[in-house]
Design a protein around this ligand. Structure first.
Ligand code: TYM
Length: 344
């Protein structure tokens, strides 16, 4: 249920992806595919390549530049249309960094230490993590609230960060006695909100997993996709007729969910067709579905990548349009906090 306060804001969808590695099938199904589907509805759609988040861990500068462009190509190849949505990279709109600073004064240190993503990424030697890695969720709240976004489509792993965004909005509104920020709704929907590793059904498919066989990259060719699916870890049992029967079979469940998400079917519809069959039959069928869904995206991505100057123009145009929305909201935020306005 949406917070009643949100009715006061115009419907606006915001989401972001880090350019910290090649994008995966998890990013596609959990995020990009849904970003494209949300276009053209009543809500304005704003999509961002969050390069300032990426640099909270070390990035080789040349590689980062290439990955920002590659991420832009992936957004467009997956169907995000810069004419229908605003598509840009975060560092070009300085309002994000400024708003993040304001939120650093609203958020509490204890909130940040509780974030499981910080604990995972900082590891044992958390004293040595960058300060930015700790403050990461305040920047994420800034991304969202600088546009007063009412809804954010993400995968399951971002749920805790979105709860923190809501906490920051609520504390700001409460402390200053205003209804300046919406209490943003997470949109975590569909069967692919948590695509798991192909090697270990208890771990998320991730661009940072050391094993390339654990994931399908959006740049993998048809043979690589088929090989990775063929080698995916499974069990020896035949498939049941419904998802109920896959409760304790995480690897099998993951492959069925991937199939369903790629084919726009429900997992039960998929199982109704494969009931009683083993993975010897299911895996080649999944490979076929995956290749036919992903190959056109990979091809379009490389077409976009062939013209980096055009990508840069698209991102610059998106940044101008994003800044036009963000700046008045940033200025009003400063004013509420007692700072002097920088623009009239
Ligand atoms: P990031 O870059 O890790 O992932 C981008 C999006 O892909 C989703 N995702 C997955 N979904 C399903 N299965 C998976 N295995 C999988 N792996 C990744 C993520 O949930 C996410 O939706 N902190 C964010 C980026 C961010 C952001 C924002 C998101 C910064 N500011 C504002 C939304 C709004 C992140 O690291 O996502």
């Amino acid at each position: 249920m949406s917070d009643p306060i949100n009715a006061q804001f115009r419907p606006r969808i915001f989401s972001g992806i880090q350019p910290s590695g090649g994008l995966t099938l998890g990013n596609y199904l959990g995020a990009l595919k849904r970003f494209a589907a949300l276009q053209g509805g009543e809500a304005e759609t704003i999509y961002c390549i969050v390069d300032l988040h990426a640099i909270t861990v070390w990035q080789e500068p040349e590689q980062l530049r290439a990955r920002i462009r590659e991420a832009a190509a992936a957004f467009m190849a997956a169907g995000v249309d810069p004419a229908q949505s605003i598509l840009f990279n975060q560092s070009q709109v300085s309002a994000h960094a400024e708003m993040a600073w304001l939120f650093n004064t609203v958020a509490r240190v204890g909130w940040m230490y509780r974030m499981t993503q910080f604990k995972d990424k900082a590891g044992k030697n958390s004293e040595n993590a960058s300060l930015g890695l700790l403050a990461y969720p305040a920047l994420m709240a800034a991304d969202i609230l600088t546009y007063q976004a009412t809804a954010v489509p993400v995968g399951e792993d971002q749920k805790q960060h979105l709860e923190l965004t809501r906490d920051i909005a609520a504390k700001f509104n409460h402390d200053y006695g205003v209804t300046h920020f919406p209490i943003t709704e997470p949109l975590i929907e569909g069967v692919a909100t948590r695509v798991m590793s192909l090697r270990d059904g208890s771990r998320k498919m991730s661009k940072s997993d050391p094993s390339d066989a654990s994931r399908i990259n959006l740049t993998d060719d048809a043979d690589t996709i088929a090989t990775k699916i063929r080698k995916a870890r499974t069990d020896a049992d035949p498939l049941p007729g419904s998802m109920e029967g896959l409760k304790d079979r995480p690897e099998a469940k993951n492959l069925v969910n991937i199939y369903a998400a790629l084919a726009d079917e429900t997992p039960d519809e998929v199982l109704a067709r494969f009931e009683g069959q083993g993975f010897g039959a299911f895996k080649p069928a999944l490979a076929e579905v995956a290749v036919s869904a992903l190959s056109p995206i990979t091809a379009r991505m490389s077409d976009y990548m062939a013209d980096p100057a055009q990508i840069d123009r698209t991102l610059a145009d998106g940044a101008d349009r994003a800044a036009a929305i963000a700046l008045p909201i940033l200025e009003r935020t400063k004013e509420i906090m007692g700072l002097l306005r920088t623009r009239n």
